[in-house]
Design a protein around this ligand. Structure first.
Ligand code: ADP
Ligand code: MG
Ligand code: MG
Length: 517
């Protein structure tokens, strides 16, 4: 990385052994004391060692905030509201989503099942028109040439279970703390005030989004029972503290709002639908089954992938939520709007004479369209269209494939195929299945150095940073009115530059925060 302070300095500074030990010790304790933590992996801590499930361990984190171009950070933050509106509009456009889903439905059972749930509820009539989006748009820095100004390119847009808003706010606080108290004391000190570290409101912002939906629900209907928020979760969940931070922030902002964690597999045993035209979702407290709440908001931190749907009951459970009066974050249509295939359709270059597909969703805001398009990188379908046929050739070409990543319609990390692994992977599939994948240009950000603390050990070297910007949006599917639209803080995830995937939960990345340069 180019030196970013005085020209004789390097960033981050080279650490003496004693400095490294001291920082490690400080971070270890600060992380546990402030909930920058995850549950230990089940395979490492055997059930006998932790029979009551009380242990927590530090989340992987960088020792220093990674340098990130200020203009890129501002570009990503300033475009978030336009992205929120765009994806709210896509979620309202059932015809557009239907046409996309139709193309992949025969080879992707998961997408097909989701669509079936939507169709069933549509037939009966949706009872709730309000929809909540807690989105995260992910980017990497892209430098066209070494002397051109860097810009951001979008990796993906998440519309379901956008995670790490809780831990990310804590990571920013950790780096602020170190900048004040520890970096100035290093053998090669980083003086206080030398680092520009922006505030990060991710936990607050996401909690506010949930509360806006919670209040909107109560403004629409006189609840039958006390109303509550339900977090639909996986069980076990290692990343539980990330979710707890949002819960605590909700309760900080509006003391007394009941928030319950409901494992996806327990939906049918713990919830029911009121036999009223509105179909309110009722939640029974496990500790006191006589106590019933009316669910105003269902926040999904599960249900984004096939693993959460092992049997027909799981789909019955998803249907129960979807047909209920609760405000969903997300609805099935909003979840589908986040499909990689949608991102590809938005980003596939059109000929000069064809207007951008964005005109269908973004009205009277040509500047927004221009700014959104600047963040797109080339993404191609692998279908029978002319660009699809062209991309199929590239994908199996041993040289051409090296600049690409192949993605299925999945979430949660660990699903992609990279570079020269693409041709053998595609050849192992029937060609009829190829169209459920997209082929995306690899974004190669400028090299950055940092030190990652993972499982108590330090990993030093070249890293790749991925910036996520959160957005919250509440809209009405019928009237298309947008009741709330905010940018809601950021996430920086950093991985070693030898690793293709960067998901912290998937085990490859680490939490980070930005140092603006
Ligand atoms: P998921 O929904 O599973 O998170 P992503 O599209 O975010 O899928 O891909 C997972 C990871 O793969 C990203 O976090 C990033 O590290 C890497 N990746 C994905 N697309 C690209 C790309 N175009 N260029 C470089 N890396 C990418
Ligand atoms: Mg994703
Ligand atoms: Mg991702």
């Amino acid at each position: 990385m180019a030196p970013s302070r005085a020209s004789d300095d390097v960033y981050p500074p080279t650490l003496s052994t004693l400095d490294a030990e001291h920082l490690l010790c400080t971070i270890k304790d600060w992380s546990v004391a402030h909930g920058l933590t995850v549950r230990p992996p089940l395979s490492v801590v055997a059930a006998e060692a932790d029979p009551h499930g009380i242990l927590a361990t530090t989340a992987p984190v960088t020792l220093f905030p990674s340098p990130f171009p200020k203009a890129c950070f501002q570009q990503a933050k300033s475009i978030q509201k336009a992205y929120n509106s765009l994806y709210a509009a896509i979620a309202q456009d059932e015809i557009f989503l239907r046409d996309i889903v139709q193309e992949i439905i025969e080879v992707d059972d998961f997408i097909a099942e989701l669509w079936q749930v939507h169709l069933k509820v549509k037939e009966e009539g949706y009872s709730q028109n309000l929809s909540l989006g807690l989105f995260r748009s992910d980017y990497m820095v892209h430098e066209a040439t070494s002397d051109s100004a860097p810009t951001i390119k979008q990796v993906e847009f998440n519309t379901i279970a956008s995670s790490f808003g809780g831990l990310s706010a804590q990571t920013s606080k950790l780096h602020h703390f170190l900048a004040k108290n520890n970096y100035p004391l290093l053998d090669k000190p980083l003086p206080t005030g030398d680092l520009e570290l922006p505030e990060n409101s991710s936990a607050k912002g996401l909690a506010t989004g949930i509360l806006v939906a919670f209040e909107a629900y109560k403004n629409l209907i006189e609840p039958l029972h006390d109303s509550c928020v339900v977090f639909l979760v996986q069980d076990p969940e290692r990343n539980i503290f990330d979710q707890r931070h949002l819960e605590y922030e909700i309760q900080e902002q509006k003391p007394g709002v009941p928030v319950f964690r409901l494992p996806f597999a327990e939906i049918l045993s713990r919830t029911s639908i009121a036999e009223t035209p509105k179909r309110q979702l009722l939640y029974q407290l496990p500790s006191n089954p006589k106590k019933v709440f009316e669910v105003a908001v269902v926040y999904f931190r599960a249900g984004y992938g096939p693993g959460d749907y092992p049997d027909a009951d799981a789909w019955k459970a998803r249907l129960q939520i979807e047909r209920s009066h609760a405000i969903k974050c997300p609805t099935i249509l909003t979840q589908l709007a986040g499909a990689k295939k949608v991102q590809q359709v938005l980003a596939t270059p059109t000929s000069d004479s064809t207007p951008s597909i964005l005109n269908r969703f973004v009205k009277d805001a040509p500047k927004d369209i221009e700014e959104l398009e600047k963040t797109f990188t080339n993404i191609f379908p692998l279908d029978d269209s002319p660009s699809g046929l062209e991309a199929r050739k590239m994908a199996v070409d041993p040289e051409a494939c090296k600049g690409y990543v192949l993605k299925p319609q999945r979430e949660g990390g660990g699903n992609n195929t990279y570079r020269s692994a693409i041709p053998p992977f595609l050849k192992s599939l029937p060609e009829t299945h190829w169209k459920s994948y997209i082929l995306m240009e690899i974004i190669t950000p400028p090299p950055v150095h940092n030190i990652i603390l993972r499982n108590g050990a330090l990993e030093q070297g070249g890293v790749i940073c991925e910036l996520g910007v959160y957005g919250t949006c509440v809209w009405n599917q019928e009237t298309k009115e947008v009741l709330h639209n905010e940018e809601a803080g950021y996430l920086l995830r950093t991985k070693g530059d030898k690793s293709e995937e960067g998901g912290v939960a998937a085990g490859f990345g680490s939490m980070d925060s930005v140092r603006l340069v």
